[in-house]
Design a protein around this ligand. Structure first.
Ligand code: AMP
Length: 422
C-alpha cells in the first residue's frame, strides 16, 4: 500500500488551515458585501455538462478531465471548474424565473489532470462568483471591482489586471477569418496543438502558452479592430467604469476565450513575483452559455480565484504569518487532584466565547507553561495548592509576564478586559 497522497493533491495540515480559513473569511466577507449568495453544487456531474459547458475545443475537456463510469455505466466527471455546474443548477431549478440578476458564489475543490508544479495541482480550490440575467457593462465592472477588492482586503495591492473584449459571435466571425489568413502562411512554425486547432479555433493560438507560437504569429490582427459598435460601446463603458473607480488595468489583445458562448469582457489577474503560475484569478462574460446548455437566453458573467495561488502570493510576499494562536487561554493544573475543578473552569471560559484549553498529558507545571507559549495562549490560569487552599486563581499574562489573583466570579470579566486591551 502506498502511504502517499495522489500526485497533484495535497493535505492541508492545521499549520496551514488557519491561513486558508483567514483567506476564506476575507473573501466571503467581501463577496457578501456585494450581495452574492452561496450555492453548493455536487463535486461530480454528468460528463456531457462539461463537454458542452466548458467546450470540446478546450484543454480542460480534451486533456484534463477526471472522467469515470459509475457502476451503472454513466459517464461522470469530477468538476474541473464551477461555472457549468452553476448554469446547470440555474436551468434545473428555473432560478431564472425569479428575481434577476441572480448573484451566486461558490467555493470548493476542482479537478484537472494537469502537470503539477508550484501553484498548479490536480485537485485545487476555487472561489467563484457568477451573476446571471444582466448584460449591463456596469455589472462587468462590479465583478472586476469585487475581484480587486478581495485582493486588496487580503493585502495584495500589487496586482496586474489584464482586460480585453472578445466581442460577440457576430463580430468574431469576420475576425476569425482575418486571423486564419494571418496564421496560414506560418502554420508550420506552430506547436502541434495549434497546427490542428488554428483552422477550427484560431483564437486559441493567441492564448497558447508556447512561446514559439507567439513569435510565429507576430503582427497578428487584434480583435478590438473587429468589434461591432455595440461591443465597442460595451467595452468602453466597462473601461470608463473601472477608471472612475480607480481600478488600474492593462488592455491585453492576447487575452481571449476561444469559445462562442464567451462574449465581450474577458479578464485575468496576476500577482507578479510569485513564479510561473502568477494568475490568481480570471473570468469573463458568457452570454451564450445558458442557452448552449438548454436554458433561456440569459446573459452571465463570473470569475474564479485560485485559493492555492492566493496562498502562494501571501506566503511569497510575506503578507501572512504562520504563527496564529490556536487558543487565548490555557489552564495549567499543578496537581492531579485539581483536574476536575480545572475542567469546570475551562467549560465556563469556553461558554463565555473564549478559546481555551488545558493539559491532558500530565506534564510538569514548567512544561505546561512552555506548551501554552507554543500554542500562542495570551493568558494562563494557574491552579495549584495555594490557589485551591485560599480560593483564588492566578492569571498570568504571557506577554508582559504580570500575574494577578482573581476570584472565580471575576475571572471571565478580567480575561475579557485583558484581551480587549491587547
Ligand atoms: P480558470 O478556471 O482556468 O480560469 O482558473 C481560474 C483560477 O483558478 C486561476 O487563475 C488559478 O488561480 C486557479 N487555477 C486554475 N487551474 C489551477 C490548477 N491546476 N492548480 C491550482 N490553481 C489553478
Amino acid at each position: 500500500m502506498q502511504v502517499k497522497a495522489p500526485r497533484g493533491t495535497a493535505d492541508i495540515l492545521p499549520v496551514n488551515t488557519r491561513k486558508w480559513q483567514h483567506i476564506e473569511r476575507v473573501i466571503k466577507e467581501q463577496i457578501e458585501f456585494f450581495g452574492y449568495q452561496e450555492v453548493r453544487t455536487p463535486i461530480f456531474e454528468h460528463t456531457e455538462l462539461f463537454l458542452h459547458g466548458v467546450g470540446q475545443g478546450t484543454d480542460i475537456v480534451s486533456k484534463e478531465m477526471y472522467t469515470f463510469n459509475d457502476r451503472s455505466e454513466r459517464s461522470l466527471t469530477l468538476r474541473p471548474e464551477g461555472t457549468a455546474s452553476c448554469v446547470r443548477a440555474i436551468i434545473e431549478h428555473s432560478v431564472y424565473g425569479g428575481v434577476l440578476p441572480v448573484k451566486w458564489y461558490y467555493t470548493g475543490a476542482m479537478f484537472r489532470y494537469d502537470r503539477p508544479q508550484a501553484g498548479r495541482y490536480r485537485q485545487f480550490h476555487q472561489v467563484g462568483v457568477e451573476a446571471f440575467g444582466s448584460n449591463s457593462p456596469y455589472l462587468d465592472a462590479e465583478i472586476i471591482i469585487l475581484m480587486v477588492e478581495i485582493l486588496s482586503a487580503l493585502g495584495l495591492q500589487a496586482y496586474e489586471l489584464h482586460l480585453n473584449s472578445v466581442g460577440c459571435p457576430l463580430c468574431r466571425q469576420s475576425y476569425r477569418q482575418r486571423l486564419i489568413e494571418h496564421i496560414d502562411p506560418v502554420k508550420d512554425k506552430l506547436c502541434p496543438d495549434c497546427q490542428i486547432r488554428y483552422l477550427q479555433n484560431p483564437l486559441r493560438v493567441l492564448d497558447c502558452k508556447v512561446v514559439s507560437c507567439h513569435e510565429a504569429i507576430a503582427g497578428y490582427p487584434v480583435i478590438y479592430d473587429s468589434l461591432c459598435p455595440d461591443c465597442q460601446e460595451h467595452y468602453a463603458r466597462v473601461r470608463t467604469a473601472l477608471e472612475d473607480n480607480g481600478v488600474k488595468y492593462l488592455h491585453d489583445d492576447q487575452l481571449v476565450r476561444g469559445l462562442d458562448y464567451y462574449t465581450n469582457t474577458a479578464f485575468e489577474i496576476h500577482i507578479p513575483g510569485i513564479g510561473a503560475q502568477s494568475a490568481v484569478g480570471g473570468g469573463g462574460r458568457y452570454n451564450g452559455l445558458v442557452q448552449e446548455l438548454g436554458g433561456p437566453n440569459l446573459p452571465g458573467i463570473g470569475f474564479a480565484l485560485g485559493m492555492e495561488r492566493l496562498l502562494l502570493a501571501l506566503d511569497t510576499l510575506g503578507i501572512i504569518g504562520s504563527t496564529q494562536s490556536a487558543i487565548d487561554v490555557f489552564i495549567a493544573v499543578m496537581n492531579d487532584q485539581y483536574e476536575s475543578p480545572a475542567l469546570k473552569i475551562l467549560n465556563q471560559i469556553r461558554r463565555a466565547g473564549i478559546r481555551a484549553d488545558k493539559d491532558y498529558t500530565g506534564r510538569s507545571g514548567k512544561a505546561q507553561m512552555k506548551y501554552a507559549d507554543r500554542v500562542g495562549a495570551k493568558l494562563v490560569i494557574l491552579i495549584g495548592d495555594e490557589e485551591m487552599a485560599q480560593g483564588f486563581l492566578t492569571l498570568r499574562n504571557m506577554q508582559n509576564k504580570e500575574q494577578l489573583r482573581v476570584t472565580d466570579e471575576q475571572l471571565i470579566k478580567t480575561i475579557k478586559q485583558i484581551m480587549a486591551t491587547d
